[in-house]
Each structure stands twice: as C-alpha cells, then as structure tokens.
Design a protein around this ligand. Sequence first.
Ligand code: LLP
Length: 432
Amino acid sequence: MFVSDCISVNEKGHLTLGGCDTTELAAQFGTPLYAFDEEQIRQNARDYKKSIDDNYGGNGLVLYASKAFCCKEMCRICNEEGLGLDVVSGGELWTALSAGFPAGKIYFHGNNKTPAEITEALEAGVGRIIVDNLTELELLNKIAGEKGVTANILMRIKPGIDAHTHNFIRTGQIDSKFGFALETGEAMHAVRKAVSYKNINLAGLHCHIGSQIFELNPFELAAKVMLRFYADIKKETGFELDELDLGGGFGIKYLESDKPVAYPEYMKSVAATVKSCCAELGVKVPFILIEPGRSIVGSTGLTLYTVGSVKTIPGVRTYVSVDGGMGDNPRYILYQADYEVVCANKANEKRDLTATIAGKCCESGDLIQENTPVQQVEAGDILAVLSTGAYNYSMASNYNRIPRPAAVMVRDGNARLIIRRESYKDLTENDI
Ligand code: LLP
C-alpha cells in the first residue's frame, strides 16, 4: 500500500510506524519531526551482514555510510549490529567516537581531508584512511611519520563506470572530483608511490560509482574493473592487495514505480562476479567491504509536518504549506527528488487531491513535492513524507533561522527522542 514496508494504518485510520500512531508522535514531540523504525534499521543491517556471511564466508565487513544519517544513536545501533562505519569528515568521526564506536572499525573518506582531520583520524586510530589524491598521500605519510605511526590505507579509484543516476551523485566516471583515474595511469603511479612510502600500508582499493542506483550491471562491471587492476598491480609490483571496498549506492523505493534490486540479490551476483574474476585473473578473493547508507536507513524514516494554509489557485495548482521545508528536506530543490506523501490522520482516505507541498522558507523553490496525490487536507492535518530517513536530517540547514527538527526512534510501539529539537537559543549559540 505504501512505498515503505515499515508503514501501516491502524484502526483509527492513522498512519503507523514501528507500532506507533504517527499523529500521536506529532502531538508528543511536535512537528516537523523525523521518525525512524529501529527494528527495520537493525533488520537491514543484519541482512547486509548475512549476505557477507553467505557470499564471502564472512570474509568482509559492512560499513554504514554515516553521511546518510549521522547521530550518536545511529552509531550505537550500527555498533551493536556489528557494522563498521564510513565517515567523511572530522565531524562524523567526532560523532562516532563520542558514541563509543570502536575506532578500528571506522573508515575515513573524503576528497579533501584537512591536515587537522588527518591528524584526528591518526590520533583516534581509525581502521583505514581512504586516500583520494597524491597530495593527500604525501601529507598522510608526513603526518604519520611525525607521529611515528603507520597509516593503513585504501586508495580511491575511479573505475570509469557511468552509473545511471542523478548527475550530482554520480562518481565513478573519469570526470569526477573523487579518486585516482585508471585510464591515465594516475592510479598505478599512486600505487607505486604508496607502497614506497615508509609510513603507509596500502591494504587495498576502494570505489564508489554513485548513489540511488537500480541496476546490477554497473556494480558487477566496477568489481571486474577493480579486480583487473588488482591483477595488474600484482604483475607490475609483485604486491597482492588484501582488501576491496566496493562502496555503496544501492537504490531504494521512493515511489511505487521504483524497482530496486533486492540487496541479497545484488550481493549474490556481485560476489559471483568477484569470485569468477579472481579465479580467472589468478588473484586471491580479497576481504570485501561495502558501504550502504541510503538502503540501511532511507525507507525506515519519515517526516511529519503540520499543515498550515491550503491555497488553491484556480486553473493553476493547489499549494499545501507545511511547517518545515527545504531546511529539513533539501532533496527536492536539489535533485527534484520524488517522495510519497500521505495525510497521517486520513491515511485510509483516497488521495484524490493533486497538490504541491510547500515549505515555509522565503523562497519559491522551497517545495517538498510538486503535483503529488494526497488526501483532501486542511489546516491542522498531519502530513507524512515517506522514505526520508537518508540524506534529510544529514543535509538539513537553518535557512531562515528555522531550528532543525527533532528525531525519534520508534520500536514496538514506543518512541524515544534521539535528537533534540533545536531551540532559538541554539541558533544564536555561536553568534558573537
Ligand atoms: N560510500 C561513499 C564513498 C559515498 O560517497 C557514498 C555516498 C556512500 C558510500 C553511500 O551511498 P548510498 O548507499 O547512501 O547511496 N545527498 C545525496 C546522496 C549523496 C551520496 C554521497 N555518497 C542524496 O540525497 O541523494
């Protein structure tokens, strides 16, 4: 009935998540509110973990890409479920460490890590630093040398795969700011440098071809390209690399028409490619890492808003204004992202109104969805925007000095606050 399996409707005709009536969540915690289904997050984590066990005999690790939704509670849940963590900034690293996440299972990414971030990562003792470019490689070797430590690294490679997704979130092709290019010889040059550096231990390579990808083929192709490069490295340098990080990017369902590949199916077919490639090329099957973000948390979350005005412009369109907008969900204005919208207190009624859901920011583009089907809503109704668990809170801003919403985790009919709502005082906290 809805795009997300976590969602249903109770006897009152109200939308529920994790056994909680979402209208009661709105009343208890206020709106806008991000709500997450904890059981589903844990289940997704377990499914990924199981697929590493099933397909690679446990010789691998699932890293949750924390950029999708990063907060202390999310780090705790990932740790409890035995996942590692992909962090991409000093701030994400700080969050993970403050939640007691074991540093050895943290992988530090980023295309322009600052000297301070590199130092923080080395001091924390993160498991791996994913090196993006030669300047960073040299800097890392230097800082590690000064500290008398060895930096364990993966190198980010552009496999030259063009995944069919939004331009802003494609990363595998040669024209990308991320990583070393294979075609130009840059990647092999960097490998030679890395193995020659005293304070660097090159454990393996990383690739990530993009996000919200529905096809299997680009992932299989990327694995093939990477393993061919492993074989080339072995031939040219004698080094056999131990680890291969295949990145994230698995698509989720935002609309009924979206048809993502089931994760176990993805894992199975990529594993078959990895194994046959390794056999063919005479290299050992490396320790495999994957970095799902969106597919762990995206469908498990929704955002609740209170409807303010409903404005019908005859012959033009109907605007339904809510008490949030591009501040808590910038994905429509950025990517024209699709979402399913449901009136939480009229969830059983027909969605026979076509409306544009507008935010409260001083900007015409502040829309959450245009011309979308929704129930006949009126002021005071609670609107739920589904599948907002990934890249919504994490990309939220304080535009117009609107405080960021609270977030709750729901499970077995209970809800607990995991991120407090920002106050006006929080907004001026850093003002001098
Ligand atoms: N690994 C690396 C190196 C990444 O850059 C990303 C996402 C991931 C893993 C996780 O990808 P996922 O499984 O979540 O697709 N803000 C955009 C998405 C940007 C993705 C950035 N990198 C959005 O809202 O759609």
